[in-house]
Design a protein. Structure first.
Length: 305
């Protein structure tokens, strides 16, 4: 009985930390939009976000281990194939697709569309790893997709026309890639989440900065912008990833992804308050439908591991 109560407390703490991870990641779209408006190249921004988060998290891990405050098991040789997949899909390709999409799509649209990540995560878990959602969970996923389609139609009224629609599709692609990332990360979630997020950030960030230097002419950036991007990277990517991996360990991919899918709420609120974006009727209606589907998924998955 005591063990059962202890397990419940651990799961509750994991759920709260995943909600925090969602809030941190949800803030990334409007904050990144501010940087893109300052002509910060998308590939270089993705590299800066992840490299900053990787360096800072690995330094934090070293400090904690030196102080003997952490005894999490580190990554082993058999973990690196899953980590490599997570880095390629979720650390290198996905943020580039996200930021190029965000360049032409409004931040509140991008924030809402990111909700389809939970659908891709669950479907990939079904196809590759044998998870078995219930009929009601499939129905809730259908509601999420319907809401995302309505939000997609809303991009036509956002002032961006065809470019905004293309941006929305790039964000959907990023969600698909993050779906693979989530499932690969779940395979190694028993290991130190700070190390996983740190290595992922260091490798993915370095790779994107090399790509940016090789294929783009990079402008001279204000040190204040670089510092701001580093802080966004540490919080919205590094810390968020570490908390997400911790959630995967205790909650499994479906429930963790459902909790994380609350991220759009924070992105939309920041887009409206900080950027002054005004959603059209399709975006509003689609957002309500989409968030309703997420709520249903969260309720239905509450008993799943």
């Amino acid at each position: 009985m005591a063990s059962s109560r202890g397990d419940r407390r651990v799961r509750m703490r994991a759920a709260v930390l995943v909600l925090v991870a969602g809030a941190l990641f949800g803030a990334s779209n409007p904050l990144a939009k501010l940087l893109l408006d300052e002509d910060f190249p998308a590939v270089a921004m993705a590299g800066t976000f992840y490299l900053a988060s990787g360096v800072e998290l690995l330094v934090l891990r070293w400090i904690l281990r030196a102080a003997r405050r952490r005894s999490e098991p580190g990554l082993g040789r058999t973990d690196f194939k899953w980590l490599a997949g997570a880095i390629l899909a979720g650390g290198i390709a996905a943020p580039v697709a996200q930021l190029y999409g965000l360049k032409v799509a409004p931040a509140h649209i991008a924030s809402l569309i990111v909700s389809v990540e939970v659908v891709f995560t669950i479907l990939i878990a079904v196809l590759l790893f044998g998870e078995r959602p219930t009929a009601r969970e499939y129905g809730a996923m259908g509601v999420v997709v319907l809401g995302a389609l309505a939000v997609g139609f809303g991009t036509r009224g956002s002032g961006g026309g065809g470019e905004a629609v293309a941006g929305a599709l790039l964000i959907v692609l990023a969600c698909l890639l993050w779906g693979f990332d989530n499932n690969f990360s779940e395979r190694i979630s028993a290991k130190d989440p700070i190390q996983i997020a740190g290595v992922k950030g260091l490798v993915a960030g370095g790779a994107n900065l090399v790509l940016a230097a090789a294929f783009f002419t990079l402008p001279r950036l204000d040190p204040a912008l670089l510092a701001f991007a580093s802080i966004v990277g540490l919080l919205s990517y590094g810390t968020s990833i570490a908390l997400f991996v911790y959630g995967l360990r205790h909650l499994g991919p479906s429930r963790t992804a459902s909790l994380f899918a609350t991220a759009p709420v924070w992105g939309v609120v920041l887009s409206w308050t900080a950027l002054g974006e005004k959603p059209g009727p399709f975006a509003l209606a689609g957002g309500v439908i989409l968030l309703g589907g997420i709520w249903a998924l969260l309720a239905l998955s509450s008993g799943r591991r």
